[in-house]
Design a protein around this ligand. Structure first.
Ligand code: CP
Ligand code: NVA
Length: 314
């Protein structure tokens, strides 16, 4: 049983296949007559709507579930909820506080489990991010994309070394991009994270100076300083990240070739200014729209793999 808890659950060839399926004009009806459970422990605009529409476009029926409805580990264990949902649905997606929750769901190995954001990773976002980069630099469809993907491109991320950055670094790096990070000490990738990037051949560097990271980059990316679940740290984080705001001056230091990306929601005036996020180089709305296409590509691939594995077993 294949799952997507983090981008490197896919090989580079599989990642490329997912992205090709994302731009397939005729989505395969891999969920015809079947359901997908979408469980959210945290709020969502993009993930819920893009996943619901992707499931619909693949012929399936999405069922969104709020935490109070199931009471994970309160009313019933994560494992028992997973077993029950797997008896109605072909796939389970979950947005959780603790990454271990999606690991426990996947460990049941009953239906594919998709991480719709955890404290550790946001792989669906990263799929849309690299789809946006491929389209930006090469063209709208798979036929335009170079065989070496994002080789020769540089992605600079400024801010918190968080769930969004871990997944972005894996996805962009696996497609050949050079990945640079600038953020304050205490908010950087761990040694385990860096080893994980190295294991899939990602070229990664980090610096204290945002201006060094962005110089000459093809894409400048940032995310909120305070992620969902970290609200009690917001005051301290506001102080710690002050030198890592993507404003017009920093963005111009990247050079005229650079585009701006942000997973959204943006905290305007904190990690990014209006002038950048609304500026001519911003691609955030294409990126948001690509969430649906990327989700559809991922589910098309995952459900096809599951079907092939089951047919192989019988
Ligand atoms: N980027 C993203 O995941 O947005 P939502 O939190 O609105 O789903
Ligand atoms: N890092 C952010 C991403 C939101 C899509 C969070 O976890 O809240």
């Amino acid at each position: 049983m294949r799952h997507l808890l983090e981008v490197d659950d896919l090989s580079t060839d599989e990642l490329r296949r997912v992205l090709a399926l994302a731009v397939d004009p005729v989505p395969p009806r891999v969920l015809e007559g079947q359901g997908m459970a979408l469980l959210f422990e945290k709020p969502s605009v993009r993930t819920r709507n893009s996943m619901e529409m992707a499931v619909f476009q693949l012929g399936g029926h999405p069922v969104c579930i709020q935490p109070a409805e199931v009471g994970l580990d309160v009313r019933e264990s994560v494992e028992d909820v997973t077993r029950t949902l797997a008896s109605y649905h072909a796939c389970i997606g979950a947005r959780v506080f603790d990454h271990a929750t999606v690991e426990r769901m996947a460990n049941e190995d009953l239906v594919p489990v998709v991480n719709m954001l955890s404290d550790a990773a946001h792989p669906l976002q990263a799929l849309a991010d690299v789809l946006t980069l491929l389209q930006q630099f090469s063209g709208p469809s798979e036929v335009d994309w170079p065989a070496d993907g994002l080789t020769g491109r540089t992605v600079a991320y400024v801010g918190d070394g968080n769930n969004v950055f871990r997944s972005l670094a894996l996805a962009a790096g696996m497609l050949g991009a050079e990945v640079r990070f600038a953020g304050p000490s205490g908010y950087r990738l761990s040694e385990v994270d860096r080893d994980r990037l190295a294991a899939v051949g990602v070229s990664f560097t980090e610096t204290h100076l945002a201006v060094d990271a962005v110089a000459g980059a093809d894409a400048v990316y940032t995310d909120v300083w305070t992620s969902m679940g970290q609200e009690q740290e917001a005051t301290q984080r506001f102080v710690d990240f002050e030198a890592f705001r993507v404003d017009e001056e920093l963005f111009e230091a990247a050079g005229p070739q650079a585009v701006f990306l942000h997973c959204l929601p943006a905290h305007r005036g904190e990690e990014v200014t209006d002038g950048v996020v609304d500026g001519p180089a911003s691609r955030v709305w294409l990126q948001a729209a690509n969430r649906m296409h990327a989700a559809r590509g991922l589910l098309a691939w995952l459900l096809s793999e599951t079907k092939a594995d089951r047919e192989g077993e019988s």
